[in-house]
Design a protein around this ligand. Structure first.
Ligand code: GLN
Length: 484
């Protein structure tokens, strides 16, 4: 069963070839069997999953099906889940049980999806390797000595190992696309604001966006269809109607023009990955796409800009974790200052502290103009570069990451090396654009991801390009040894 895609399982459920309870039990059993070694889940919601599955089976019997009714999925532990522990990968929230559902969680539940549990992640979504989690590293199912990528590393590993049918994730600088690439699956980050951020624990509010981790683009479209759309609880959610992604994706292929940012193929890119991506471009050409070189003039500044803007916003967002209303609280303190200092000192890990210190510094009087304001100006230049490129082409295609999965522990002592993992993904966040990573080959036995970036709100075009690519290739069907 687990070798099937969400779309295939959805057909099986609707045709009553399998029940949701059977499917859910099967995935729960696979989690029991494999997750001790992978550590991709923080919380497993066995009982409520089986209840939701039974309810889904009733709906199916009554003929009230949606494509997600009865499908077992996992949520990144950054999404608040009513009455279920929501940790964001941090000791700070180890004791936090959310009193409400995030909009993403509520919408998927309404569509009938079954929640298997909450997936592991870098602490407060800060990281590219899932090593900053308070709950320990997640292992990459392709090679358990390697990282699965981050920060949605638990979601990526779970889908890659077929212990969840699909999962949600969030992407602030690459955290859906990068782990999808390193784990050999499809990771979709929509346009900023396409999916509500209500109930999604904030990291950098002007960059954060929820999306999907799935086997195929087709599965991603099914999930996003239910997640996307306006939300009165999030003033930055976009009011634009959500198109029918499935129909758009399957519509006849028209000539699209693809731009290749040549500076993405520089010395920093692993050779075998570059070959795989060029071969992927040849597939698009075969499909009838025209390929052009484009230049994103300021893209090399995206990592430095991000590491000013994101920590600045994080330092403000994380101020709420003070031990007063919820979360970790220091004990045996003498006064209020000590209470705050010890609560935050004990509750946050070192990467989170590094971001708070950086953010506080770049926002402080005297440095604000030199760093934060300057970064905002360069952010605009990066956005303008994308706009210029898109006046000429429909989609940009390039690598998702500089290298395939790296070793556990390999980059933990060198934050700059870690930050450079997102060199190809951050631009889309700074400009608010949709992007997807799809499997396109292997390098040294590890999966390689190809990234497609689209115009503002043009998710449909990205799904379509990825869907047609996956009709022509079988990279997305490869399963790591031991998880078939
Ligand atoms: N790796 C980047 C960071 O550490 C991006 C994380 C993300 O997208 N949440 O901030």
């Amino acid at each position: 069963m687990h070798d099937k895609t969400l779309a295939q399982l959805s057909d099986d459920l609707a045709a009553r070839r399998v029940s949701s309870v059977e499917l859910t039990e099967h995935y729960l059993q696979r989690i029991d069997q494999h997750d001790k070694e992978l550590n991709s889940f923080i919380t497993i919601t066995r009982e409520s999953a089986l209840e939701q599955a039974a309810a889904a089976d009733k709906r199916i019997k009554a003929g009230e099906t949606s494509p997600l009714t009865g499908i077992p999925i996992a949520h990144k532990d950054i999404f608040c889940t009513d009455n279920v522990k929501t940790t964001c990968g941090s000791k700070m929230l180890d004791n936090f049980v959310s009193p409400y559902d995030a909009t993403v969680v509520a919408r998927l539940a309404e569509a009938g999806a079954v929640m298997l549990g909450k997936t592991n992640m870098d602490e407060f979504a800060m990281g590219s390797s899932n090593e900053t989690s308070y709950y320990g590293v997640v292992r990459n199912p392709w090679d358990k000595e390697k990282v699965p990528g981050g920060s949605s590393g638990g979601s990526a590993a779970a889908v890659a190992a077929r212990i969840a049918c699909a999962a949600t994730g969030t992407d602030t600088g690459g955290s859906i696309r990068q782990p999808a690439a390193l784990s050999g699956i499809t990771g979709f980050k929509p346009t900023y604001g396409r999916v509500s951020r209500y109930g999604m624990i904030a990291f950098a509010s002007s960059l954060d966006q929820a999306g999907t981790l799935t086997q195929t683009a087709e599965d991603g479209a099914i999930l996003l269809q239910a997640m996307a759309g306006d939300d009165e609880r999030d003033s930055t959610a976009l009011p634009d109607p959500v198109p029918d992604y499935g129909a758009a994706m399957r519509s006849p292929w028209e000539k699209i023009s693809i731009g290749v940012p040549e500076n993405f193929f520089d010395d920093g890119l692993d050779d075998a990955s570059a070959v795989a991506i060029r071969e992927g471009l040849a597939i698009f050409e075969k499909l009838g796409a025209t390929i052009k070189d484009v230049r994103l003039e300021h893209i090399h500044l995206s990592v430095p800009v991000y590491y000013v803007v994101a920590p600045a916003e994080a330092s403000s967002n994380l101020a709420r974790f003070d031990g007063v209303r919820f979360g970790h609280r220091a004990e045996d303190v003498d006064d209020l200052t000590e209470f705050y200092m010890r609560t935050r000192g004990e509750g946050f890990g070192s990467e989170v502290k590094r971001r708070i210190l950086t953010g506080t510094y770049v926002l402080s009087a005297g440095y604000f103009d030199a760093y934060y304001l300057q970064a905002q100006k360069v952010r605009q230049l990066i956005s303008d570069d994308f706009e210029r490129a898109f006046s000429d082409v429909d989609v940009l295609v390039g690598p998702t990451t500089p290298t395939p999965a790296f070793g556990i522990g390999q980059k933990m002592d060198d934050p700059i090396q870690m930050y450079l993992n997102d060199i190809y993904t951050i631009g889309a966040n700074l400009a608010g654009l949709p992007g997807v990573s799809i499997p396109c080959g292997f390098s040294g036995g590890l999966p390689v991801g190809m990234q497609l970036v689209g115009k503002q709100l043009n998710e449909a075009e990205l799904f379509k390009a990825a869907y047609y690519f996956q009709q022509e290739t079988d990279w997305h069907e490869q399963v790591p040894a031991g998880y078939e």
